[in-house]
Design a protein around this ligand. Structure first.
Ligand SMILES: [Zn+2]
Length: 89
């Protein structure tokens, strides 16, 4: 069985490997996990800038990771997200 995960942006349920993962690492940093191997509490999101825009507005990333995330940090993650997945258009 393919593990399924829910996008925190649009709520779609998709196979885990099709989604990007954002992790609250044990050191407290919030990182984009491009390897799928970073330990910590993770949240999944479609590889879609529209989903990222949704989480910026809704605050669902903070809820999913159970920490407060500064707007600066979200912007930083957005840049990583865009460059990693080639979404700079
Ligand atoms: Zn989505």
């Amino acid at each position: 069985m393919t593990p399924m995960r829910t996008c925190i942006g649009c709520g779609a349920v998709k196979p885990k490997q099709e989604l990007a993962r954002i992790v609250r690492a044990p050191d407290g940093k919030t990182v984009l996990d491009t390897t799928g191997k970073v330990n910590g509490r993770g949240a999944y999101i479609c590889v879609d800038i529209n989903c990222f825009k949704k989480i910026k507005v809704s605050g669902s990333l903070s809820r999913a990771l159970a920490i407060a995330i500064e707007p600066d940090k979200i912007d930083e993650l957005e840049k990583m997200f865009k460059s990693n997945y080639g979404l700079n258009k």
